[in-house]
Design a protein. Sequence first.
Length: 352
Amino acid sequence: MKHADKNKIESTAAPLPDGHPSVAFGKVGVLIVNLGTPDGTDYTSMRRYLREFLTDKRVIEWPRVLWYPILFGIVLNTRPGRVGKAYESIWNKERDESYLRTYTRNQSVALASSLQSHPNVQVDWAMRYGQPSIKDRLTALKDSGCERVLIFPLYPQYAASTTATVNDKAFETLQNMRWQPALRTVPPYHDDPAYVSAIANSITEHLSTLDWEPQKVIASFHGIPQSYFDKGDPYHCHCMKTMRLVREKLGWDKDKLITTFQSRFGPEEWLQPYTDETIEKLAKEGVKRIAVINPGFVSDCLETLEEIAGEAGEIFHEHGGEKFTHIPCLNDGEAGMQVIETVVRRELQGWI
Ligand SMILES: C=CC1=C(C)c2cc3[nH]c(cc4nc(cc5[nH]c(cc1n2)c(C)c5CCC(=O)O)C(CCC(=O)O)=C4C)c(C)c3C=C
Ligand SMILES: [Fe+2]
Ligand SMILES: [Fe+2]
């Protein structure tokens, strides 16, 4: 037996004695998890989703006594209607769901297919907020015989408000299990050569489809409050490292590829430079052609389709910009699946 085979799950069990409860075993689970999404764009669905999201202490770290009166008194009364309209504009009407859900499901199906040569591996998907929940899918994997489960938070750059809260939820689910599966969590892969190449290639491939060349390419990441960074969150460093590597891969200089942060929420200062302000400034300075990419988002969603492809494009045009293009996320395409499969195969080493 090769060294790496020692940890593999062998199904050499004898038949169960009479009266013994039936047990499923011998499998390895992979659970890919993205942020979440409302079930519908109506007020009730939006409120339920935002409530689950915005009561997460990993997302809003303010003391509850200060935050809850604002959340329940103002935010959850005003935001569901406004954000519901934004979701409506990017809703996948064919499936009556958000694209984030569509892409995440497709990624799970494609990953399962690429791991077909390992029949004991079972792939599933979940959302941190909304459905399908981490609790339900992790329990289903365990019940179907997964003795080992790899949790894959679909965020290349680690942030406590994304990666850690997925892992927290998975471990919280285990707290209620008598017979827990062994759990592994996927580390950030912001500097993985497969990911860096996929982002660099997606830029060059997209630009080759245009009959114009952008003067600037903006890499816009979701922001976090500056105070989270000051407390030690590595997110900013991960974003900056990703973009240094992408720039090196492309052989571009610093002026051509700019890193910015979007999606501010609340009155605090967030990571800077802000995407909207940068785009406005560039347009005012006379830059006429830009492209924007969202390397931190594995799948297109509200934040990329509405906030960037929609709103950011409008800001650019309003202030004198002429040509604007949004470079799509890797989604469930071949290059994106190559990244997901590479990371999963590496993290499953010793288990398959
Ligand atoms: C303080 C609040 C928030 C922090 C911190 C935050 C971090 C963060 N979020 C993502 C990825 C996504 N966020 C999305 C939507 C979204 N984010 C917040 C707030 C914070 N995010 C809110 C309130 C919302 C909902 C929309 C809204 O009300 O504005 C999404 C899109 C989901 C979809 O269904 O399309 C993603 C994805 C990251 C990566 C991140 C920290 C690094
Ligand atoms: Fe967010
Ligand atoms: Fe740093």
